[in-house]
Structure formats: C-alpha cells, structure tokens
Design a binder for this molecule. Structure first.
Ligand SMILES: [Ca+2]
Length: 380
C-alpha cells in the first residue's frame, strides 16, 4: 500500500509542477501583450502609437502620397480666388500648379491675382501664365464684372512672387506624364489652355484622372447671353475642343447658384470686418456686388468657382448628376457659347443618340452651410 501511495504521489507532483510552469508562462505572455498589442506602446486613449520616430515619418509620407493631386486652370478674379483659397486650405490636397488664361481680366492681371491669392492663403504652389488670347485669336469682350483688376479694385494685389518659368500648356502636359491617371484638373475659366494642350498632345490629356468644369448654364439661364455662360461664351471654340474630346468631365453649371452659395453685401461686409484673409476674400467680390446692384437691382455676388471647388473637395456636396452628351455652339449668332446637353436618360423624339455621354452635369448640391464653412476656412 505504502509503495502504491508513493508511486501515485510522484506523478501528481510532476503534474502540479508542469501546471505551475504553464501558469507562469501564460501570465508573462499576458503581461507582455497588455503592455501594447504587437509589442507597441499605446497612447493615453489606448490607441496604437507609432513605435519609433521613423515609423511616424513613414505614416506621414503615406498620408502625403494619398493627397489628391490637382491642377487649377483659372482666369483669376473674385470667385476664382475663393476657389483657390478653398483648395489651399484643404490638408488633403496638393496643388501641383495653377495655370492661368485671360478671361475675366487680361492675362497679366489674372496671373497677379492668382499669385496674391495663394500668398494670402499661405500656399507656394507654382503659377504658370498661359493663353493671352482666345483659341482662334479673335478678341472677345473682356469686360470684368469683378472690377478693372478682377478683385474689386480695392488695391489688394501686391504679390511678392512671380509666375514660374515655362508655358502653362507644357506644365500641364509634363505634370500629367509624370503622374498618369492621378491628376485632377479643375477648370474655372475659359478653357483656352486646356484646348491648346489637347491640340498639342491629346493622348496625354486623356490620362487625367478627372476633369471638373465650372461652365455652361447647366439646365438654366445664361449670364453672358440668355443661353451662354461666361466661361464658354468667352471662348466657345476652346470649350468645343475640350467638351467634345470625350474625356469625362463633372460640370457645375450656373443653374446650381442657389441662395446658399450667393453672398449678400451685408454678409460680405461682416466677413470683411474680420481682417486678414477674410477681408481679402470679401473685398475681392466688391466689383461684382456693385455690378449686380447697378445691373440687377440687388447688391449680391454669386460664387460659381468657389462652389465648383466645394463640389470637387467637400464630401457629399455633389448629390446628383446627369450623364449628358455636350454639343458646343460656335456659330457667330445668338447661340454662340450655348452648350446643348443631350441627356442619356431621356428618349428624344428625334431618336438621336450618341456613343459617349462624357459630361456628368451636376443637378443637385448639398449647399447648406457653404457660407459658414467658407467663413471658418478664411479664419484658419
Ligand atoms: Ca473664373
């Protein structure tokens, strides 16, 4: 019996010892894991923090790579300035360059306006001078509703930088070649620069990730004529090259200018009183307010280019679009600058259909809070 007892007690002790060692091992593993999953430290909120400074840098580099790469093509006046500010203040955007053409004002003035706006907004994005005449060379009316200098004639424009060397057209093509299918181009003026770039190298222009255009009347009334919007009317031949090339374009027309994206004189005065970039922004609309007061009996300014940039950059701003085939009218008559938009979703009595419906025309925007968001960006 005694031997039997001894013989059963010894394996029990061995088993106990094994269990004790196993428990210690499990405890150590738990303590190691609790110190930070995957061995990394946690911050006070319990979220993972980069283990080393190098890893932190790598994360930042990733974020920079994920930024949207954009080129802004502009004939800089007041509402273009608003668009440039919105883009310059967006941490998720890299402005690769700003290309300028004549339009609202002559080329030299538009370049200075772009440089000054970027400087005020804290951006050192390069500015390239482009077309100083229309696509055909025929002079068009350059009367500016934004004042003689395009920025309200308030003595706002004293840039310390100069335009970058080289042509805007070459800059556009070289940048697309260096970043194929990654660059978005946002057109805020007559698209003369883009049309010239299409002429020079259409294949490269087809490697743009997405085009955005503030242009056309949408499905509404024009501002240059009853059927034409200013940017198209100023250089319809250029818009024809651009629109009828078949590249996909998201289009903001004039019909989307609702009360939320219109600035009253009272609101602009309130913004101007804040000084700094707010004052610069508000005063740049002074010419348009004056024009509307005299021509339309109301002191207000709409902001199509600023609204277009919100469509590009603000999540959920664009709510609905309509796929259309554009035909741009260039005959020298009442229809000059009209863009006929054939809806893909509509069956026309004529039976007419097209191979491509490359225009996505915006038909609904979520513009509530546009002014408030803009005001807060201006104070950043
Ligand atoms: Ca413009």
């Amino acid at each position: 019996m005694e031997n039997k007892t001894k013989s059963t007690a010894t394996p029990w002790k061995v088993l106990s010892a094994i269990l004790a060692v196993a428990l210690i091992a499990v405890s150590c593993a738990w303590a190691f894991t609790a110190n930070g999953s995957k061995g990394q430290p946690t911050d006070k909120a319990g979220t993972e923090a980069p283990a080393t400074a190098d890893q932190g840098k790598a994360l930042s580099a990733d974020k920079i790579q994920q930024k949207r790469k954009i080129i802004i093509d502009t004939d800089t006046a007041g509402d273009d300035a608003a668009a440039l500010i919105i883009a310059a203040k967006d941490p998720n955007v890299e402005i690769l360059g700003v290309t300028v053409s004549e339009g609202n004002v002559k080329l030299d003035q538009a370049v200075k306006n772009a440089l000054m706006t970027l400087e005020m907004a804290g951006s050192d994005a390069p500015v390239y001078a482009g077309a100083d005449a229309t696509y055909t060379g025929n002079p068009r009316n350059v009367f500016s509703v934004f004042g003689k200098d395009g920025m309200g004639d308030q003595d706002l424009i004293h840039p310390t930088r100069k335009a970058a060397d080289g042509s805007a057209i070459d800059f556009i093509l070289d940048t697309i070649k260096a970043n194929p299918d990654e660059v978005e181009i946002i057109a805020l003026g007559p698209v003369t620069n883009l049309a010239l770039a299409f002429d020079k190298d259409e294949e490269t222009m087809k490697r743009v990730k997405r085009y955005w255009s503030m242009g056309t009347t949408g499905f509404g009334h024009g501002n240059a004529t009853p059927v034409a919007e200013f940017n198209v009317y100023h250089d319809a031949e250029a818009y024809k090259v651009f629109a009828e090339s078949g590249v996909p374009v998201t289009v903001l027309g004039l019909d989307m200018m609702n009360d939320d994206v219109i600035h009253t004189k009272e609101w602009l005065d309130e913004i101007a009183s804040k000084g700094g970039l707010s004052e610069f922004f508000a005063k740049s609309f002074g010419g348009l307010v004056k024009f509307n007061e005299q021509a339309n009996g109301k002191a207000y300014a709409d902001n199509p280019d600023g609204t277009c940039m919100a469509c590009v950059l603000w999540d959920g701003f664009v709510q609905e679009t309509e796929a259309c085939h554009p035909v741009v009218m260039t005959e020298d008559n009442e229809t000059y600058g009209q863009v006929v938009l054939y809806k893909k979703s509509y069956g026309y009595d004529s039976g007419i259909t097209f191979e491509d419906y490359n225009f996505n025309v915006i038909t609904k925007i979520n513009s509530k809070g546009f002014r408030e968001k803009l005001a807060s960006l201006l104070e950043q």
